[in-house]
Ligand binder design. Structure first.
Ligand code: GLN
Length: 487
């Protein structure tokens, strides 16, 4: 038996452990496929040939010596370029980190390496994760394999394309307001945002700390379960990490969805949705009901304020987190001889892109002494209310269903000079971020012209297992995950 670019991470690792194929073979074929196809797609910022092949050779040698191999033995994995890996560049898609090399490794990557994963390289993103198109990177745009004129979504667009194009079965992303789920939806794959605090953020370039989560993208939800088992849980380097939950990948699969109560809030399933997106979500609800689930039409009041709430909180936190890029400590420095403030000003003005500058200004304004009570404090209040409303909803249902994005993948020039219209497209993914809830986007169908459309499942905190088990049932009973954009 041969491994194919479509073999799941779980199966690839099992094959490496059995000796069906070697880690070096897998890595070579991944690198060859990237070489052949990534010139057009531009999923990667940096392909790390040498260190990847060395890591793969070390796995094969360990096997030769009869040593036990980890859950991801020999599996090629890509990671978003806002994660630190010792000695490698971390750019976060920004000019301001030009020349910066990470002095330590992010916990999520260290745990993957310890489990035998082969890190292939870093993937493209919107600058500092601020965006939903993967077009604002200093490295240039990433293209959607379903159509090169289409955006792949973002900000983890490079990771989504790396998986959709079958460069690797699993890629790591980050999700502050949808950046794993929305690109997964746009590229026809699955993307998991765990509960806030489930996965250590040590080594993640901070965007908005009360919202940032590390997530993962894959074709097979079983790979996401294995990933969460390997990387989740407490980390002394990140005091916001939560207590461990039971392993998910080894739980017996569900037969069907009998006994599952699915909440379908009308606010997330109708107003403002593209017709084809609404039809896909409705079809997912029908499938779930045929599989035995109970559908509960319900109300989620206050969720219509999620977008402004999110953008006030995210920009306020970003303004504070990005204050560290002062031209002294990291990356780029534009010297202004004799005046400290102008070195910082010049570095920041030329180092940050326009969208990042816009958000720093917005966040500084919203949290300034004169305006904090009116903007930032009210946004915190709206978040608290939304949390209470989700809690009330989860007394009546086990999961919540909605589309992932109100529209399918769009052309790169669809929102010229209209950031607000683009922000509004985050309406279905920011509520979960505001409330720290786990959410999973899975393929649900396609538009008439072939663009993938995802559906999103949300669970109460710490109930990722429920989402991943449900996704496994869907995968057995539907074929949306089978479609691939490239041969
Ligand atoms: N599109 C959202 C934003 O621009 C979400 C980004 C993210 O999750 N990193 O903030």
């Amino acid at each position: 038996m041969n491994a194919s670019p479509r073999t799941s991470a779980t199966e690839l690792a099992a094959g490496v452990r059995r000796g069906d194929w070697s880690a070096v073979e897998l890595t070579r074929s991944a690198l060859a496929r990237i070489e052949a196809l990534d010139g057009e797609l531009h999923a990667f910022v940096e392909v790390q040939h040498r260190s990847a092949l060395a890591a793969a050779a070390a796995i094969d040698a360990a096997r030769q010596r009869g040593e036990p191999l980890g859950a991801f033995a020999g599996v090629p994995i890509a990671y978003k370029d806002n994660l630190a890996l010792t000695g490698k560049r971390t750019t976060a898609g920004s000019r301001i980190l030009q020349g910066y090399r990470a002095p330590y490794t992010a916990t999520v990557l260290a745990r993957l390496e310890a489990a035998g994963a082969v890190l292939l390289g870093s993937t493209n993103l919107d600058e500092f994760g601020m965006g939903s198109t993967t077009t604002t990177s200093v490295h240039g745009p990433t293209r959607n394999p379903y159509g090169h004129h289409l955006v792949p979504g973002g900000s983890s667009g490079g990771s989504a394309v790396a998986v959709a194009a079958d460069f690797c079965p699993l890629a790591i992303g980050s999700d502050t307001g949808g950046s794993v789920r929305q690109p997964a939806s746009f590229c026809g794959i699955s993307g998991l945002k765990p509960t806030w605090g489930r996965v250590s953020r040590s080594g993640l370039v901070a965007y908005a700390s009360s919202l940032d989560c590390i997530g993962a993208l894959a074709h097979d939800p079983a790979d996401l379960a294995l990933w969460l088992d390997v990387v989740g849980g407490p980390d002394p380097a990140d005091p916001t990490t939560r207590a461990a939950i039971a392993a998910i990948a080894t739980q017996p699969p569900l037969e069907d969805l009998r006994g599952l109560r699915i909440g379908v809030p009308w606010q997330l399933n109708g107003p403002g949705l593209d017709d084809e997106v609404a039809a896909v979500a409705a079809a997912a609800a029908r499938t779930a009901s045929e599989l035995g689930a109970e559908l509960i039409e319900c109300d989620l009041p206050g969720v219509e304020h999620a977008v402004p709430t999110y953008y006030l909180l995210a920009t306020t936190e970003a303004a504070s987190n990005l204050a560290r890029y002062d031209g002294v400590r990291y990356g780029l420095r534009r010297e202004a001889i004799g005046r400290l403030d102008s070195t910082t000003t010049q570095t920041r003005s030329s180092g940050f892109g326009l969208e990042v500058q816009l958000r720093i200004l917005l966040g500084t304004f919203a949290s300034s002494h004169e305006h904090a009570a009116r903007f930032h404090a009210r946004a915190e209040l709206a978040r608290t209310l939304l949390r209470a409303r989700f809690a009330a909803l989860f007394e009546r249902c086990d999961v919540v269903l909605s589309p992932t994005s109100p529209i399918p993948a769009f052309a790169a020039d669809a929102f010229p000079d209209d950031p607000l219209a683009l922000y509004l497209c985050d309406a279905l993914t920011v509520p979960q971020s505001l409330c720290g809830l786990p959410a999973l986007s899975i393929p649900g169908g396609r538009s008439a012209d072939g663009r993938p459309i995802g559906v999103q499942w949300t669970a109460p905190a710490d109930h990722e297992a429920r989402l991943l088990q449900l996704a496994a049932v869907f995968r057995r009973h539907t074929d949306h995950h089978l479609h691939r954009p490239l041969p």
